[in-house]
Design a protein around this ligand. Structure first.
Ligand SMILES: Cc1cc2nc3c(=O)[nH]c(=O)nc-3n(C[C@H](O)[C@H](O)[C@H](O)COP(=O)(O)OP(=O)(O)OC[C@H]3O[C@@H](n4cnc5c(N)ncnc54)[C@H](O)[C@@H]3O)c2cc1C
Length: 321
């Protein structure tokens, strides 16, 4: 397998070019960490192969720089072994959410990279998913504590094929629904972070609107931040504030909640960001995400491969004047 996102209908090209975070990232890294090379059609119409040995600067840029440099027509990935995994899934009532989050952050701390935690806060409660792909003899000891964070946890521990886990929320995030998202990185889940989650989620505009948090670290942090354009390797968690709704009449209030929540969680976040899950696009978003040094390097690359900014419907890196 190659690590990818947590929804199976996400396209491989956009996901990879932004970085690609998911269930297997703590064990095997981002999607780009398995990328061996890519074929790219540039703005000039040239077909270029980018890899560690062929156009290495372009290869650096497409691992996190998004669709700024051309159209990728082929990817070559290295694969990893992954058999069945064991997945614990529990839900906790809203009244116990704070206590559950406090216990969860302590229990997640220091876990090996065979373990990945994800949690989703909604107005009605907290759902917690803990995934174990390590030594079968340790499964119970590692996963069970996440089913007993507080009273009121309901759920189970099951052996699942990886694809079943990856596609379990496909319907929830179906193509026909309406979304807004804003994300960021946390180095840890502080008391202030928990307060901000509790405050925001109490005001969620629809039952499906959520704050979702994916544990990172492990293999993601093995790669130095400067080795790829993706920025945020030092983070322990990635959060996303995501209103989900179905009718246009709710657009304004749902997007407003997403923006307000995104702003409050961003204040508690690390510098740098993931370009793929920011619904508001543009050069400012890209500059904030990469930081000035990387942005400058990306801008030089952009100037070489797309001097007239043909590929601009993205988190745009403006060519140098
Ligand atoms: C429901 C949902 C769940 C998600 N979950 C995750 C997750 O778990 N982990 C994660 O890392 N991300 C996740 N994402 C974010 C995802 O990585 C981005 O939305 C990504 O852009 C999707 O790729 P796509 O090919 O489907 O994009 P598209 O919508 O087709 O394209 C988005 C942009 O990607 C670029 N692009 C796409 N194809 C090419 C190409 N062939 N060549 C060059 N540029 C291209 C272009 O700039 C394009 O504008 C999720 C998104 C959604 C909607």
């Amino acid at each position: 397998m190659v690590p990818a996102g947590v929804i199976s209908h996400t396209g491989v090209a956009g996901l990879t070019l932004g970085g690609g975070m998911g269930w297997a990232s703590r064990r095997y890294g981002l999607t780009i960490d398995s990328l061996l090379g890519a074929e790219i059609v540039t703005a000039a119409g040239d077909v270029v192969w980018a890899s560690a040995t062929s156009e290495p600067e372009l290869f650096w840029g497409i691992r996190g720089g998004g669709g700024n440099f051309g159209v990728v027509t082929r990817f070559k990935f290295g694969m990893h072994p992954l058999g069945s995994i064991v997945v614990g899934q529990w839900s906790y009532p809203a009244a116990n959410m704070r206590q559950a989050l406090l216990a969860l952050r302590d229990r997640a701390h220091g876990q090996p990279r065979d373990f990945t935690l994800n949690f989703t806060a909604t107005a009605t409660g907290l759902s917690v998913t803990a995934v174990w792909s390590g030594d079968a003899a340790l499964t119970h000891a590692v996963l069970s504590p996440f089913g007993a964070l507080t009273d009121g946890g309901i759920g189970s521990v099951d052996k699942l094929p990886y694809l079943s886990l990856q596609s379990r929320n496909d319907e929830h995030f179906a193509w026909s629904r309406r979304y807004y998202c804003k994300g960021g990185f946390w180095s840890e889940i502080t008391d202030e972070v928990i307060d901000a989650i509790m405050l925001a989620i109490a005001d969620a505009p629809t039952p499906d609107s959520e704050i979702n948090v994916l544990q990172l670290g492990g293999a993601v942090s093995d790669v130095p931040d400067e080795a790829t354009a993706y920025t945020g390797r030092g983070a322990s968690y990635y959060w996303i504030a995501e209103p989900v709704w179905d009718v246009a009449a709710d657009d304004d209030r749902c997007i407003a909640w997403g923006r307000i929540t995104g702003k409050s969680l961003s204040k508690l976040s690390m510098a740098g960001n993931y370009v793929n899950e920011q619904a508001d696009a543009g050069t400012v978003v890209a500059l904030d995400a990469y930081g000035p040094e990387k942005y400058q390097r990306l801008a030089s690359l952009k100037t070489r491969f797309d001097p007239h900014n043909m590929f601009r419907l993205n988190q745009n890196i403006a060519p140098l004047a």
